[in-house]
Design a protein around this ligand. Structure first.
Ligand SMILES: *Cc1c(COP(=O)(O)O)cnc(C)c1O
Length: 427
């Protein structure tokens, strides 16, 4: 830290110049997160810069707006009318997942203790989950039973579940929009499998749906798909407001089917308009702007607006899937149909000459960020790329990407990826 005060413009210009070295967020095709917002969102964020989400008494209207968002989401995810869904905003799906996991762990422990049985070896069953679930398991001392991806599968398959659940299973996590492949896991079929487990063994295993991305896509693009509270076994859902929820970075949501599924032990009270307001969060202080921006987007877009945005993205994704498949060297893992507006693909198994990592590097020359990464667990030898189509990533931009991909593939195929040979410069 320097000793002296500096000129604000000079310092901010210096920092802006340095930030130019970051990648261009709009060309980051690997992220699920919002990279484009309206000016109105910026202005609301600005108006909220000093509002602290935890100070319910000082900012009761921000608290009210948060509560409205929870009710909107409970309704969007079909929480039954006869129950009283509860929920909260978080910093993202990671925090929301921790809260969902903790609630399941507490309920499982309460039940075990009531039965007079040991409650010291909880486990959580899931497929290829996002790293937040590995964190949850490690931080909160739960065994993560991550079921390996089957060959050719894009996520957990129902028939894999039964042999991994037992009396110490706090729950099963199903993912609506698998991070690695962008496909949905079949929540209703996983639930039906757990019904069979219950019939055979008496074990009643709840499901938490990690709908980080899909929670804001499925209700608009796949309204008939039963993945949410319509499935009785689904006790809680998390989603990232800052992904397909279209809000700026820093907001996620957790919703429970009914207050019954959120153990009272986990809930703390803060002052609110002279009374108490229950809160469940890992953080204390947190900005209010993202939550207000989320509410703005719900009101501004409505169901029609979200549907149109997600439909446009999905159409672009399907088009990109067709283009990538026509390029030749790739096998699509997910073609943009039926789940997230995205595609994932790998090189054909018999392909030689270059790797996806080489393609990543070539695309980066033009600013495109399309990282390559290995699939998790037992499929780690398969390297994939994925492209997420979000609000603000339009068809024109994606067709430029396809042209660049063609050029990169030509360069890679001809082995001429180094600097072109030019005569050296002379005065
Ligand atoms: C992105 C993601 C997360 C983590 O969400 P954040 O909002 O980034 O904390 C968890 N699960 C899935 C499936 C995701 O896609």
């Amino acid at each position: 830290m320097p000793e002296r005060i500096a000129d604000p413009r000079a310092v901010s210009e210096m920092i802006r110049a340095e930030l130019l070295l970051d990648g261009n967020a709009a060309q980051n095709l690997a992220t699920f997160c919002t990279t484009w917002v309206e000016d109105e969102v910026r202005r609301l964020m600005d108006a909220c810069v000093a509002k602290n989400m935890i100070d319910k008494d000082e900012y009761p209207q921000t608290a009210e707006i948060e509560a409205r968002c929870v009710r909107i989401l409970a309704d969007l995810w079909n929480a039954p009318l006869e129950t009283t869904a509860v929920g909260c905003s978080t910093t993202g799906s990671s925090e929301a997942a921790m809260l969902g996991g903790l609630a399941m762990k507490w309920r499982w422990r309460q039940r075990r203790l009531k039965e007079g049985r040991p409650a010291d070896r909880p486990n959580l069953v899931c497929g290829p989950v996002q790293v937040c679930w590995e964190k949850f398991a490690r931080y909160f001392d739960v065994e993560l039973r991550q079921i390996p991806l089957e060959a050719g599968a894009t996520g957990l398959r129902p028939h894999q579940v039964a042999e991994h659940v037992d009396e110490n299973t706090i729950g099963v996590v199903a993912i609506l929009g698998v991070t690695f492949t962008c496909d949905y896991e079949p929540v209703a079929a996983i639930s039906a499998e757990l019904d069979r487990v219950q019939e055979a063994t008496g074990l009643d295993v709840p499901i938490h749906v990690d709908a980080a991305s899909g929670g804001f896509v499925a209700p608009f693009l796949h309204p008939g798909l039963e993945w949410d509270f319509r499935v009785p076994r689904v006790v809680s859902v998390n989603a990232s407001g800052h992904k397909y929820g279209l809000a700026p970075l820093g907001v996620g949501w957790a919703v429970w089917r009914d207050a019954e599924y959120l153990p009272a032990d986990l809930v703390f009270s803060v002052d609110y308009l002279g009374g108490d307001m229950p809160t469940f969060a890992l953080n204390f202080s947190r900005p209010g702007g993202e939550v207000v921006a989320q509410y703005y987007l719900f009101q501004r877009l409505g169901r029609e607006g979200y549907r149109r945005v997600q439909e446009a993205c999905a159409e672009t994704a399907r088009w990109l899937g067709e283009q990538i498949s026509a390029l030749g060297p790739f096998d699509l893992l997910y073609d943009g149909r039926g789940a997230l507006p995205a595609v994932s693909y790998r090189l054909k198994p018999d392909h030689t000459g270059f790797t996806l990592y080489d393609l990543t590097e070539q695309l980066r020359v033009r600013g495109w960020q399309v990282p390559s990464y290995p699939l998790p667990a037992d499929r780690g030898d398969t390297v994939v790329q994925r492209v997420l189509i979000r609000h603000g990533v339009g068809r024109d931009e994606v067709s430029l990407l396809v042209e660049d991909m063609k050029r990169c593939l030509e360069r890679l195929a001809s082995g001429s990826t180094g600097a072109p040979h030019r005569p050296s410069f002379h005065h």
